[in-house]
Write a protein that binds this ligand. Structure first.
Ligand code: HEM
Length: 392
C-alpha cells in the first residue's frame, strides 16, 4: 500500500499524529491524486465509512491480503455473504468461549519470559516476547500440533516481511503461502470428524450445515485468521509495554493503581496497530463533512486519526491509562468489526498480568532504542523494542 506523501519521512510513520491533527482540521475528507483515493480523518466520518456497507462496499477489496493469494475471505465481502462466512466461527471467538484458553496463553507467556530472562535484563520485547506469544497462541487456537509451531513461526516471519511485488520477499512469501495452503489442507483432512476445542474443528464441524464452507474457503479462512491475528496483536502488546515505559506508568500498573483492561484499551486508542483501512469503495455519490465523493472511488479510513479526534476524546494526544468510557475504534466498527478482538484482549491482558507478576521494573534501552517504523506499513508498531526487564 502506498503511503500518503505527508507520511513519507520515516519519523512520521512512527509519529503520524501531528499530521492527522492537521488533516482533521484542514482537509478532513480529501482526494489524494498521487494515490488516486480519498482519505477520511474524523471519527464520525470513519465510523460511517466502516459501517455503511451499502455505500462504502468492501466487496473484492482487502487490506489484509497484501499478496493477493487468499481467495474468498470475509473481510472482502458484504452482508449477507459476509455473515455466512463469519457465522462459521463467530461463536468460537466469543469472550466466554475463549476464557478456557487463558491458562494456555499464560503458560506460553511464562515460557517465553523464562527463556528471555535467562540472558539478563536486556530483551527485545517484541522479538522475544510479544511476537512469539501471539504466533504460538494463534497456532494453539487453530489446532496446529505443538511439534509444528516452530515451522509456523518461520512462516510468519516470511509473511510479515512482504514487500513490493517481484521482490525476493514477495517470492518467498508466495512460496510460503503455497506451503501453508498445502499444510492446512492436509490438517483439515486429518481432523475431519474429530471433536476438538480449536478453530479447525469448529470449521470442519459445520460441513453438514447450509452455511458450509468449501474446502478452498476453509483453507483461506484459516490462513486469514493467522494473518489478521498475529502481527496486529504482536504490536498491540508491544506498544503497551513501550508506552508504559515511556510514560513512567509501569510501576502504577504493577502496584494495581491502574486497571489492566483500561490500560490496554487506552494503548489501543493511542497507538493502535491498524492506523488505516483502505478496503472500501463507494457504490454511489456520497457526502461526508460537506465534501462530495463520487461513486466508484476508493476510500481510506484513518482509524488512528479518528481515535485522536478531540470531538470525541478529552485530551486526545495524552496517554491516559485510566481513561474510562473509551470509545476507540481500534478494532474497526460495523459488520467487519474485528472478530478476534476478544482474543487480542485476552492475549494483551495475559501478557500484562504475567509481566506485572514477575517483573519489578521495565525501561526502554535508550542507547539502542531507535523508533524505526515497521517494514510493513499496514501495521503500526516497531520492528524491535529493546528494553530492560528487571525480575522480582
Ligand atoms: C489488537 C489486535 C487487533 C487489531 C487492532 C485488529 C483490528 C482489526 C480491524 C480494524 C478490523 C476491521 C477490518 C475492516 O473493517 O475492513 C479487523 C477485522 C478482523 N480481524 Fe482483527 N485485529 C486484531 C486482532 C485480531 C485477531 C487476534 C484475530 C483472529 C485471530 C483477528 C481477526 C480478524 C478478522 C477475522 C477480521 C475480519 C472480520 C470481518 O470481516 O467480519 N483480529 N481487525
Amino acid at each position: 500500500m502506498k503511503l500518503p506523501s505527508g507520511l513519507e519521512p520515516s519519523q512520521r510513520r512512527v509519529d503520524p499524529f501531528t499530521w492527522y491533527e492537521t488533516m482533521r482540521s484542514t482537509e478532513p475528507v480529501r482526494y489524494d491524486e498521487e494515490r488516486e483515493r480519498w482519505d477520511v480523518f474524523r471519527y464520525d466520518d470513519v465510523r460511517r465509512v466502516l459501517s455503511d456497507y451499502e455505500t462504502f462496499s468492501s466487496a473484492g477489496l482487502s487490506d489484509f491480503d497484501s499478496f493477493d493469494v487468499l481467495g474468498t475471505v470475509l473481510v472482502d465481502e458484504n452482508p449477507p455473504e459476509h455473515d455466512r462466512l463469519r457465522g462459521v466461527v463467530d461463536e468460537f471467538f466469543q469472550p466466554g468461549n475463549l476464557e478456557s484458553l487463558r491458562s494456555s496463553v499464560r503458560s506460553i507467556v511464562d515460557e517465553q519470559l523464562d527463556r528471555t530472562l535467562e540472558d539478563g535484563p536486556a530483551i527485545d520485547a517484541i522479538g522475544q516476547l510479544t511476537a512469539p506469544v501471539t504466533v504460538l497462541t494463534i497456532s494453539r487456537l487453530l489446532g496446529i500440533p505443538r511439534e509444528d509451531w516452530d515451522t509456523v513461526k518461520q512462516w510468519s516471519d516470511v509473511m510479515g516481511g512482504g514487500g513490493a511485488s517481484e521482490s525476493e520477499d514477495w517470492k518467498d512469501a508466495q512460496r510460503t503461502f503455497k506451503e501453508i495452503r498445502e499444510y492446512i489442507g492436509t490438517l483439515l483432512e486429518e481432523r475431519r470428524g474429530e471433536d476438538r476445542d480449536d478453530v479447525i474443528s469448529a470449521i470442519t464441524s459445520t460441513e453438514a450445515s447450509e452455511n458450509a464452507l468449501s474446502k478452498e474457503e476453509q483453507i483461506s479462512f484459516c490462513i486469514f485468521l493467522f494473518l489478521a491475528g498475529h502481527s496486529t496483536t504482536t504490536h498491540a502488546a508491544g506498544s503497551v509495554l513501550w508506552t508504559l515505559a515511556e510514560e513512567n506508568q509501569y510501576e502504577n500498573l504493577r502496584d494495581g493503581k491502574l486497571d489492566r483492561e483500561l490500560t490496554f484499551e487506552e494503548s489501543l486508542r493511542y497507538r493502535g496497530p491498524v492506523q488505516s483501512l483502505s478496503g472500501r469503495h463507494t457504490t454511489e455519490e456520497v457526502e461526508l463533512s460537506g465534501v462530495t465523493i463520487p461513486a466508484g472511488e476508493q476510500v481510506t479510513s484513518w482509524i488512528g486519526s479518528a481515535n485522536r479526534d478531540p470531538e470525541v476524546f478529552d485530551d486526545p494526544e495524552q496517554f491516559q491509562p485510566d481513561r474510562r468510557a473509551n470509545r476507540h475504534i481500534a478494532f474497526g466498527f460495523g459488520p467487519h468489526v474485528c472478530l478476534g478482538a476478544p482474543l487480542a484482549r485476552l492475549e494483551g491482558d495475559t501478557i500484562l498480568d504475567a509481566v506485572t507478576d514477575r517483573i519489578q521494573d521495565i525501561e526502554l534501552a535508550e542507547e539502542s532504542f531507535d523508533p524505526e517504523p515497521m517494514s510493513w506499513p499496514l501495521t503500526y508498531g516497531l520492528d524491535s523494542l529493546p528494553m530492560r526487564f528487571y525480575g522480582m
